[in-house]
Design a protein around this ligand. Structure first.
Ligand code: F6P
Length: 471
């Protein structure tokens, strides 16, 4: 059986894997021969000529160092100041410095050069996320003939947002060098197809045209999930129960509304707190009987837009405290720190409302984890952004437009007032969907489609020829 090679910017570290994705992919590598390849997390004077291979917790991990300049242009620059905001439709927060593309390309080339000598001809290579769009093209340029798949963990942008990205034609051409592209949601596949088709007429006029041929690339939605039953177990584990008891002591009779997100502008945190502010303003009876806990571990804090999001959140939390707090009651707690999965599972289980309202999100696994951790006899209510990929999986959540803080405030009220029977019915449907989309099946589903001979094309891109103008 072919080996599996997983490639991502970050590689798993020592100790228990933090996220569901890392757990699932570890499992794949536990069952199939193969290794993980990525950045070591270290900055060096010069990139090492070869990857270092380590064996960590039974996993083979090959890593390379990057120079400070390359890493800055590739990670903070092109990946997270251009691709991330554009793919999340926040062009207002993008910093378009085209020269970062050189560093982005150069790091992808270094990945390819260091990975190639480790590859066997029949290895299946699975590349993850927007940092590594050009990797297949770079590997193919060096002669790799392997089956190579790509999974995009974030949303695919609309055509207009894609046009704003420097070198977007090259990036699209890079995508055509993959055998299989996986997206989170049908919406993303539709955006990809729409872009590819939209290009054809508009790029003819007066320009020489070059064809990007997607006829060998299959594109489909593979919605990622979590392991909901593992979250159910974690929620009643000793560490989960400890967190529940700790919170119960401080909450007393108050019902908990919980948000858990990286501190990222795509997560809609200020809008969420504003919705909570409206809930308290419109429903005086709820004051003293509810509490919002927002867990928001800092992320990419070297980037100005992330610091500004953090400041905006500080400001609005302060405003709500100043307006509603009393000497013996605080309406909210805001924690800028990460917690382990067992503690989070305990918090999820205790929360009457899981408030998951990103402005745009690939999937959002917090929604899956919240569902998994509920008590079947007294489940909470998921209030979910219709702009998260998870909305396609969870129509039984209370779906909201996160930009409309009145609507989110009203959904919060409905969730808090929802009778037990309705909560149970909704939760049972949500749990079924979470199980159907579990992360193990996601990984196996993608790899089965990527396996040699599995390219009976179903989908959208079979006949797409994307024409890019070349000046
Ligand atoms: O959602 C995309 C993603 O890259 C995840 O894969 C990752 O866990 C998260 O964003 C955090 O990203 P970073 O590696 O930049 O901290």
């Amino acid at each position: 059986m072919s080996r599996i090679v997983i490639v991502s910017n970050r590689t798993p570290g020592k100790g228990p894997a933090a996220g569901g994705l890392a757990v699932a992919l570890r499992k794949v590598l536990g069952e199939r021969e193969g290794f993980w390849f990525g950045w070591s997390g270290k900055l060096a004077e010069a990139p090492p000529p070869e990857a270092r291979i380590e064996h960590i917790d039974g996993l083979s991990i090959a890593q390379i160092d990057l120079t400070r300049d390359d890493h800055h242009a590739y990670y903070a620059g092109f990946s997270n100041s251009i691709l991330w905001p554009s793919f999340h439709l926040r062009l207002d927060l993008a910093t378009i410095e085209g020269h970062w593309y050189e560093g982005y390309r150069s790091v992808n080339r270094q990945f390819a050069r260091s990975l190639l000598p480790l590859l066997r001809p029949d290895d299946i290579v699975w590349v993850h996320d927007y940092h590594l769009i050009p990797l297949a093209a770079e590997l193919r340029h060096l002669g790799a003939r392997n089956r190579i798949g790509f999974y995009l963990h974030i949303p695919f942008p609309t055509a207009d947002a894609l046009y704003a990205i420097p070198h977007h034609e090259e990036l699209m051409r890079d995508l055509s060098r993959y055998d299989l592209i996986g997206m989170q949601a049908k919406r993303d596949v539709a955006a990809f197809t729409e872009f590819a088709e939209h290009q054809m007429p508009s790029t003819f006029g007066g320009h020489r045209s070059r064809i990007i041929d997607f006829s060998r690339t299959e594109v489909d939605a593979f919605p990622i999930g979590s392991d909901p039953d593992a979250f159910a177990r974690l929620a009643v584990s000793p560490a989960g129960t400890k967190m529940i008891n700790r919170m119960k002591r401080s909450l007393g009779d108050q019902r908990l509304i919980l948000g858990v997100d990286r501190l990222d502008y795509s997560k809609g945190l200020p809008q969420r707190v504003e919705a909570y502010e409206k809930l308290l303003a419109n429903n005086a009876r709820l004051r003293r009987s509810v509490h919002l806990l927002q867990v928001a571990p800092p992320s990419r804090d070297g980037i100005k837009e992330y610091q500004e999001t953090s400041d905006a959140l500080d400001a609005i939390c302060g405003r709500v405290m100043g307006h509603f707090a009393e000497p013996d009651w605080q309406p909210l707690t805001y924690v800028k720190r990460a917690y382990g999965q067992p503690s989070l599972a305990g918090l999820y289980r205790l929360a009457r409302v899981g408030l998951v309202t990103p402005l745009r999100d690939g999937m959002n696994l917090v929604a899956h984890e919240y569902v998994g951790a509920q008590n079947p006899d007294d489940p909470g209510v998921l209030v979910l952004s219709r702009f998260a990929g998870a909305a396609e999986i969870f129509p039984e959540a209370l779906l909201v437009n996160p930009f409309d803080t009145d609507e989110t405030a009203e959904a919060l009220r409905l969730a808090l007032d929802m009778p037990l029977e309705e909560r149970k019915q909704r939760w049972q449907a949500l749990m079924q969907a979470a199980r159907r989309h579990n992360v193990d099946d996601w990984a196996m589903g993608f790899l089965d489609r990527l396996a040699p001979g599995a390219n009976a094309r179903t989908s959208t891109t079979r006949d797409i020829l994307y024409l890019a103008s070349v000046a």
